[in-house]
Every structure is written in C-alpha cells, then in structure tokens.
Design a protein around this ligand. Structure first.
Ligand code: AMP
Ligand code: MG
Length: 346
C-alpha cells in the first residue's frame, strides 16, 4: 500500500514537473506598436508568452493615454485644462481627481524650483507658438505683457476638485509633466496585466519595466542633441526606472541662425538660454522625471545639479552647448559616453 502511494506520488510529481517545463518552454516574444498622441511619437513594446494578451495590453495603454490627453491637453478647448483656461478669471471648473493631482504635482515642482518650472506658462507658450504654424518671435511688449500672467501661485483650488485661474489672461500648460504621468499610468496597466518586461517610450519619455527577458539591464541611448533623432552620444543601464530627457532639439524654429526652442524661462519670457541643450533625469516615477527634466533645463547646470543632488534616488545627465557632460554622483558606473567628442565634466 505504502509503495503504491509512493509510486503515484512520484508519478504525480513527474506530471507536475513536466507541466511546469512546458510552461517554461513557451517562449517570450516581443509585441510592439506605435502611434501618434500627446503631440509626439509613442512606442510600446512588451515581452509576453501570449501575443494576443500583449496586443490587448498595448491597446488598453493607448486608450488610457488618449483619455489623459483628452483631460489634460492645453490644445483642446473641451479638455479639463481647456475648460479651466476658457473660464480663467471667471469661474471654478470641476475636474477629475487625476487632473487636480497633476496640477498639484506641477505646483510642487514650481515651488521646488522657485518658479523655473511653472504650469501657468501657457500664455507664453501660446505666444511663441513653437511647433505650430503660428511660431514667431514675439515683440518685447508682448513678452512683458504675457509675463504678468505666468504665476503658479494664482492657481486657485476649491474643495477636492475645483480649479480656477485668478486672472482672465492666465493659461495652464501641463506639457512639461503630462507625458511622464501618462508613462506612469501605462506602466501601472502593464504591471496589472502581469507583464514583466516592457519598454514604454512616449516621445523620449522612456520607462523600463523589469529587466530584459534575458535578465540583464536595459541599455537606453541618450540622444546626441546635435544629430538626427536616434543618434546616441551615450548609453545608460537601467531597469525598473525611467529615463526622461528635455532637449532643445525636440521642438524649435530657427531665425537669424538662432534656435528658438520650446522650454521657456518664466523669468525672461524667452526660450531658456543658460548653456544647457539637454537634461536627462533617471528615477522611479516618470511624472517626477518629466517635471524635473524641464526644471533642470531652465535652472541651468549649477542650480540644477544642486537640486538633483538634494533629492534621493534621482540622477541626471546634463549636456551643454560646448559638448560638456555633467552627471550626478550616483550615476558614474551606469552611464557611458560612446561619442568621444563629448567630455565628462565633474
Ligand atoms: P519637456 O519637453 O518635458 O521639457 O516640456 C516642454 C513643454 O513644457 C513645452 O512644450 C511647454 O508645453 C511646457 N513648458 C515650457 N516651458 C515651461 C516651464 N518653464 N515650466 C513648465 N512647463 C513649461
Ligand atoms: Mg518635462
């Protein structure tokens, strides 16, 4: 009797073992798709044993991004931000909890940077029209006038989810942070669907989910600001983290040999000009990385690096127009320059 039990137990164990083995041999494959939203090119890649589930996850992710765009876009009058802007100086507008959260997160970065990052930058962004058919150099008067209406301290809240801009000419613009939030939300969806390896790339806002399928870290290329998209000047090794860059090459126009780009200094009203041409943040939350990369770009090398060093678990790579590269102290081992015309400056 005892023998029989033993025999059946061994048999059961072997069967279970072989089922596990079949499970393991089902290979991970990459499923990838791209689209255009949030004013940029988006690409999602997931590694899965079930192709259909991978495709469904990507579809849900794109739907979620659309939902965020429909709430937070400055360019859509019917979005929640569009409604706040249309009712500026007039009435409170009731918006969703997540829109309030992102406005508050943006205000947090405005406070942290003493206004170098300012979600109330909308009037200036519209005036310059960079990346739109209305792009032009505004007059001094126009800039001076617009500057009066860039002040995050004049964003008012009532109850849990009502927002109002205190002056009629004020405009909120979450372009400096919303992509990061969308990337975090996509990461959440993928984790919930059981995805263990993925690359989420929302126009240069990259999130790496897990490690690569072979167990090694991802290598994320850092764009060479002087070369066409896809040319890298360095490589950073990461997993389960985000890599977000703000660069002067993303959106700009040229006039008289000068580059007018899309990151505006709220102190001057002109595109930030302090030597930085790209700022990359490496950290856990893509919302934070997005807010910080724009912030650092405006703050400049010295103040920017000071801020990054004061934050835990946040690293950065700053490139200046003379091809110098500044990295935060926690990064040295993980970042490698692959184009020797760039020089580390620490
Ligand atoms: P990013 O590419 O993340 O650096 O964000 C740039 C976008 O943020 C611009 O296209 C504007 O929509 C917005 N923006 C520009 N200047 C600022 C600023 N000083 N603070 C906050 N947002 C800004
Ligand atoms: Mg940003």
């Amino acid at each position: 009797m005892k023998n029989k039990i033993l025999k059946y137990s061994i048999l059961a164990a072997i069967i279970i073992l072989s089922i596990v083995q079949v499970g393991c041999t089902k290979e991970l494959q990459m499923v990838s798709d791209s689209t255009y939203m949030l004013g940029t090119y988006l690409q999602l890649s997931v590694w899965t044993t079930n192709k259909q589930e991978g495709m469904d996850t990507i579809k849900s992710s794109f739907e979620r991004i659309k939902e965020i765009e429909n709430k937070m876009s400055t360019n859509l009058d019917e979005s929640e931000i569009g409604q706040i802007n249309l009712n500026a100086g007039k009435t409170y507008v009731e918006v969703s909890e997540e829109t309030v959260d992102i406005i508050e997160r943006a205000i947090h970065y405005a406070e942290l940077t003493n206004g170098a990052f300012d979600p109330a930058i909308g009037k200036l962004v519209k005036l310059w029209g960079i990346g739109t058919e209305n792009e032009r150099i505004p007059t001094q008067d126009e800039i001076q006038n617009a500057l009066q209406f860039v002040d995050y301290q004049k964003i008012e809240f009532q109850g849990d989810n009502k927002v109002k801009l205190s002056e009629a000419d004020m405009r909120i613009d979450l372009g400096g942070i919303a992509k990061g939030y969308a990337a975090d939300e996509v990461t959440k969806i993928m984790k919930n669907k059981g995805i263990k390896h993925a690359i989420i790339n929302l126009g240069g806002n990259v999130v790496t989910l897990g490690k690569k399928a072979d167990g090694t870290s991802w290598k994320v290329g850092i764009q060479d600001p002087f070369e066409p998209t896809g040319t890298h000047m360095g490589v950073i090794e990461v997993y389960d983290q985000t890599v977000v860059t703000s660069g002067n090459y993303e959106r700009y126009f040229m006039a008289d040999d000068k580059r007018y780009h899309h990151i505006i200094d709220p102190k001057t009203g002109y595109p930030a000009e302090n030597g930085i041409i790209s700022a990359t943040i490496i950290t856990n939350s893509s919302t934070d990385a997005d807010g910080l990369s724009t912030s650092i770009y405006v703050l400049g090398v010295e103040k920017g690096m000071q801020l990054i060093e004061s934050l835990e678990n946040v690293e950065c790579i700053i490139i200046t127009e003379d091809k110098k590269v500044y990295t935060s102290t926690g990064l040295t081992e993980r970042f490698q320059i692959i184009d020797s015309s760039f020089q580390i400056e620490n």
